[in-house]
Design a protein around this ligand. Structure first.
Ligand code: ZN
Length: 244
């Protein structure tokens, strides 16, 4: 039944519009990839993705989304294609580039893969991945810096309040009493050095997003060959306490 559905869908409109782009990239001919990128349906899909969270209807069907296309372009050494995609979908392509490079790095480290990947990563792509790390870093460090410097904001607020521009500066003053504002610079620097980037966690989430399929064993979404039913059953037996 599911097979019939998949065929009908493919005939009318592709289930994964970016499949055409991925095939073009994997042909190793950059001209094909540029032609695919000129296609309006592909451009629209990149600008407003409908397939990032979509699970293929067929168990053997390949999933094609911005992550798989960027990964293919990285493997086929087509940095200009990645950058063109970035113009259309900056946040997704930045994250996808980080993911592709992270995977290359970890595969290289564990020597898990027999595939030969480009040895030289284009500096533009390395920068894109680095900017993703900076975004994460800022998300974690930003609130700490804000608390640390809130006395400056409290002073500004007090000045405005005197001029009748703001009602109250009590919130900043409460924050200004936080111990973090009184730490010596050296100690605060030490705290910042412990801020860890959530790279492994993000990679796990993205891997699930890209590879999960409807599992024949447990009827849930699982990464093929890594059914999580056993682990879930074990957790259920241990009860809610074990989970927290
Ligand atoms: Zn399963």
């Amino acid at each position: 039944m599911r097979f019939h559905f998949s065929v009908t869908v493919q005939h009318d409109a592709p289930e994964f519009p970016l499949g055409m782009l991925q095939t073009a990239i994997e042909s190793q001919d950059e001209c094909n990839a540029w032609n695919a990128l000129a296609n309006q349906r592909i451009r629209s899909e990149l600008v407003c993705s409908t397939t990032t969270h979509k699970v293929p209807s067929g168990s053997q069907q390949q999933k094609c989304n911005v992550f798989t296309c960027v990964e293919a372009a990285v493997h086929c050494n087509m940095p200009r294609i990645v950058l063109a995609m970035y113009q259309l979908s900056p946040a997704d392509v930045r994250l996808a580039t980080w993911y592709a490079l992270y995977n290359l790095k970890s595969k290289h480290k564990t020597k898990r893969s027999s595939v030969v990947y480009p040895l030289q990563i284009a500096s533009e792509l390395a920068n894109l991945a680095r900017s993703q790390r900076k975004i994460w870093l800022w998300e974690r460090v930003g609130p700490l810096l804000l608390v640390r410097n809130c006395d400056i904001l409290a002073r500004k607020d007090r000045g405005s309040a005197m001029l009748g521009q703001t009602k109250s500066c009590r919130d900043w003053e409460a924050l200004a009493a936080h111990p973090i504002t009184r730490l010596p610079d050296l100690a605060f620097g030490l705290i910042l050095s412990f801020v860890a980037l959530p790279e492994a966690k993000e990679a796990r989430i993205l891997r699930f997003l890209i590879e999960a399929r409807l599992c024949q064993k447990c009827s849930r979404l699982c990464i093929p060959g890594k059914c999580k039913a056993k682990r879930l059953r074990r957790m259920e037996r241990r009860g809610p306490k074990a989970r927290s």
